[in-house]
Design a binder for this molecule. Structure first.
Ligand code: TUI
Length: 320
């Protein structure tokens, strides 16, 4: 499945792993890249030198290309931006903000720049600033989200920019990949499916929650102060939403979630931890290897796109 994205990133398959804070460390990124997709180290809230170590470890585990995601709300973002330029990874993806001020230094270092956007306006701005591609992420995604659905966002972004578009939010299998391509995407980015992957270091309690989740089990917290975060419903989200409804301050709510993602990922605290996951968690029903996930998605996705799989669908088959 060759597209402008596979050529840009020099990968075999158009499947990119989301740069999830705490979850996307070097082992997951290396496993995805080894399997022919594009693995990403999620810098999250980590210090810059930790990210440098992760890059170096990943390089020991794979000689295939991989990237780093920088969460722009991280106070250490400037330092991490410098580290990725020095270490020279294949690509940087960014989330939760505008990476414009780093663009020139990354381009100079020969790094592909792929901002995650949640609107057409941001996609246009990023193209003008020199981005090589954009990830158009719909509100179905886990973690920090925008408000437009993937189904509505991807074709509008694809029409608005000339650079390739990568679809994210609500994709976990070959049907999602085929649908995203039909909407104009040239690759998909998946988070939730890879959180539950065998090579993911996430605590098994968290993986079990994703594997056991239904379609309606995610909740969005933080809408009132402009930082909406999608996660699986638990005691923490119930308490958060109760206080949010009662008009709690941003500081009080922040206090409640401080360190909560680490609690979920590292300690397996599914009661007080933040179990970030997308709406597609209900479709993730087993812990599979990264190679198995990518093989399955590409096989079904390409069969559907070639028309062979489509014949089965039209004849009443499920293709699931
Ligand atoms: O960044 C994400 N998802 C994330 S970041 C994250 S870290 C976190 N940890 C604890 C609490 C809260 C967050 C968890 N999940 N996705 C990419 C994404 N970027 N989605 C939406 C956006 C976005 C939003 C606004 C991108 C640009 C943007 O522009 C605003 C501006 O500055 O103009």
């Amino acid at each position: 499945m060759e597209t402008r994205v596979t050529r840009l990133l020099e990968i075999a398959y158009p499947v990119i792993q989301g740069g999830m804070a705490w979850v996307a460390e070097c082992r997951l990124a290396a496993a995805v890249s080894e399997a022919g997709g594009f693995g990403i180290i999620g810098a999250g809230g980590a210090p810059a030198e930790f990210v440098r170590e992760q890059i170096r470890k990943c390089r020991e585990m794979t000689d295939k290309p991989f990237g780093v995601n920088i969460m722009l709300m991280n106070p250490e973002a400037d330092g991490i931006a410098r580290v990725v330029a020095e270490e020279g990874v294949k690509a940087v993806t960014t989330g939760a903000g505008n990476p414009g001020k780093y663009m020139a230094s990354w381009k100079e270092a020969g790094i592909r720049v792929i901002p995650v956007v949640a609107s057409v306006a941001m996609a246009r701005m990023m193209e003008r600033a020199g981005a090589d591609a954009v990830v158009a992420e719909g509100t179905e995604a886990g973690g920090h989200i925008g408000s437009t659905t993937t189904f509505a966002l991807v074709p509008q972004v694809a029409d608005a920019v000339k650079i390739p578009v990568i679809a994210a939010g609500g994709i976990a299998d070959g049907r999602g990949l085929a649908a995203a391509f039909m909407l104009g995407a040239e690759a998909v980015q998946m988070g939730t499916r890879f959180v539950a992957a065998r090579e993911s270091v996430v605590h098994e309690n968290y993986k079990k929650k994703i594997i056991g989740a239904k379609d309606i089990d995610s909740e969005v917290t933080g809408m009132s102060h402009g930082h909406p975060v999608r996660q699986l419903r638990n005691q923490m989200t119930r308490e958060y939403l109760k206080r949010e409804k009662a008009g709690a301050s941003f500081q009080e709510l922040e206090q409640l979630t401080l360190g909560a993602l680490r609690k979920a990922v590292v300690e397996g605290d599914t009661v007080n931890g933040t179990l970030m996951a997308g709406q597609i968690a209900g479709l993730v029903n087993s812990e599979d290897s990264c190679a198995g996930i990518i093989r399955e998605i590409v096989e079904l996705g390409s069969s559907l796109l070639s028309g062979e799989g489509l014949k089965t669908v039209l004849a009443g088959g499920r293709n699931g």
